[in-house]
Design a protein around this ligand. Structure first.
Ligand SMILES: Cc1cc2nc3c(=O)[nH]c(=O)nc-3n(C[C@H](O)[C@H](O)[C@H](O)COP(=O)(O)OP(=O)(O)OC[C@H]3O[C@@H](n4cnc5c(N)ncnc54)[C@H](O)[C@@H]3O)c2cc1C
Length: 463
């Protein structure tokens, strides 16, 4: 069977774009695990939607399980493979088809890297506002299939809000095209939404039309220090009202994390002393640099006088902006200080975050094998990340930590995944975020679109 499938794939793509045996040693399943070679029957590298459809027709006929590989930056084990699976790697589907300045859209194949889209938009004085640390590796197909969030969700929304059109190859090789540039389309079901955030379990994204926005004329930013979570909430309201719609970032960093991000081996110096419980990194994108700088500075002075903040460092130049945001974006600095790192991206109502984190940290620090807990997040979106350093990678310890972090979320109306998705790592915890009825409906959809269960088999849902 394996030989038949590989022969059929080679007949479609040519021998050089079907990687087998020795060539697999060069491949991996995650950017952080490049030292471990890939388990798979082969890796195929389509260049066009038609080639992708032909691959899926073969896989459907032979009931061959496939795992789609984008930029391999996901944080939930969703690109892990078994030795009997076929990997479809999207890296050669990397063409930008059109940048339409009048419609303010960009049309791309799924394998285009997020940062390339940002740069192309920038060259036309436009912006693709999605932004996060893995932008240099993440592909837009992976970003759409995980409905990624990141640093500017508060202003521009998740990936879902930025996808205008989509082309998808279904499990049986059918091509579903909905590559429109229109903002409003209520002609029955909006089917593209099914594929956004479903982690490659319902179809393979081959192309997308993305929304671009006008480039802001100004960017202002500040770090502030606080000791009281109630004041973080009050500051968010105060700044949002005062900045009249221009607030684009409101990132919260807990003390331990800020200290690690601004002490050696990290290269960045601390903009504020390492003495506060909380640090907020604020950003506003506006239209007039001088005026907006004055507005932010005035608001910070008022916040200080009202007792909302204890200290502030204002970015005075382009290099200050780079310095401040590199501290927050360069997560590698934190991850590289961890042993057996374990990651979380939970979501919960904003007012509950302070107590939830305090109580969770007490429970985590009571476990002797937990070496350090780093906490930070997109607090204006109700999204908190934990990165843990552990003395060992045992499954028992991982599950013990999962239980501490996930167990309170259901009663609080939270979610086990704010933005990273479910993949393999969080599958067992899906019932904490979705009702039994919702999960049953998801399974009905999965079976309808992928009756042979060949797309990302065993990921997301227990089927
Ligand atoms: C340093 C770092 C910072 C991060 N920060 C954030 C953040 O702030 N916010 C956030 O939301 N996420 C963040 N992430 C994780 C984020 O989900 C991924 O970076 C990104 O969205 C996945 O894109 P990818 O191309 O790497 O996909 P991959 O990791 O390759 O794949 C992810 C999933 O999508 C599927 N897939 C890939 N391509 C396609 C396709 N064309 N069609 C269908 N399915 C496909 C895969 O099978 C898999 O299930 C971060 C990751 C890192 C490493």
């Amino acid at each position: 069977m394996k030989t038949k499938i590989i022969t059929a794939l080679m007949a479609q793509l040519g021998v050089e774009r079907v990687l087998t045996e020795a060539a697999l040693a060069e491949r991996y399943c995650h950017i952080w695990r490049m030292d471990q070679s890939l388990k798979a029957i082969a890796v195929v590298l389509p260049r066009t939607t038609e080639e992708l459809a032909a691959i899926m027709k073969i896989c459907h006929e032979y009931e061959q399980a496939v795992v789609v590989h984008g930029g391999l930056t996901n944080l939930v084990g969703s690109t892990e493979t078994q030795a009997d699976e076929l990997v479809i790697a999207m890296e050669k589907m990397n063409q930008v088809e059109e940048l339409d300045e009048k419609s303010r859209t960009i049309t791309v194949q799924a394998g285009v890297i997020l940062e390339n889209i940002q740069n192309l938009a920038k060259a036309k004085d436009l912006v693709f506002p999605l932004n996060f640390g893995a932008k240099g590796s993440a592909q837009i197909g992976g970003v759409i299939s995980t409905n990624a969030g990141g640093l500017r969700v508060f202003r521009y929304g998740m990936t879902r809000n930025l996808v205008m059109g989509l082309e998808v190859v279904l499990a049986d090789g059918t091509i579903m095209s909905s590559m429109k540039k229109i903002i409003k389309d209520n002609a029955a079901y909006d089917l593209k939404q099914l594929f956004i955030g479903s982690e490659g379990s319902l179809g393979i994204i081959s192309k997308a039309v993305l929304k671009l926005v006008e480039a802001p004329r100004s960017r202002t930013s500040a770090f502030v220090g606080l000791n009281d979570y109630e004041k973080v909430i009050q500051l968010l309201k105060f700044m949002d009202a005062g900045l009249a719609g221009t607030l684009s970032g409101f990132e919260l960093i807990w003390h331990t994390t800020y200290s690690a991000m601004t002490s050696p081996p990290a290269l960045a110096k601390p903009p504020l002393p390492q003495e506060f419980k909380y640090y907020v990194l604020l950003e506003a994108l506006g239209s007039d640099q001088e005026r907006d700088q004055e507005t932010l500075q005035n608001l910070l002075e008022q916040a200080f006088e009202k007792g909302l903040i204890l200290d502030a460092a204002f970015a005075q130049s382009e290099s200050d902006l780079t310095w401040f945001w590199k501290i927050r974006e360069d997560l590698h600095v934190v991850v590289s200080q961890c042993n057996n790192d374990q990651h979380f991206d939970v979501s919960l109502p904003i007012p509950t975050i302070g107590n939830y984190v305090d109580e969770t940290l007490v429970k985590l620090r009571a476990i002797p094998e937990v070496e350090e807990c780093y906490t930070f997040g997109h607090v204006a979106d109700g999204n908190i990340h934990f990165v843990l350093s552990k003395a060992n990678a045992s499954r028992a310890l991982t599950l013990q930590i999962n239980d501490i972090i996930y167990a309170p979320l259901q009663a609080m109306g939270g979610s086990v995944s704010a933005e990273h998705g479910i993949g393999l790592d969080k599958k067992a915890y899906l019932p904490l975020s979705k009702t039994a009825t919702e999960i049953a409906l998801m399974k009905t959809l999965k079976r309808a679109l992928d009756p042979k269960l060949i797309l990302n088999r065993g990921k997301v849902l227990d089927l």
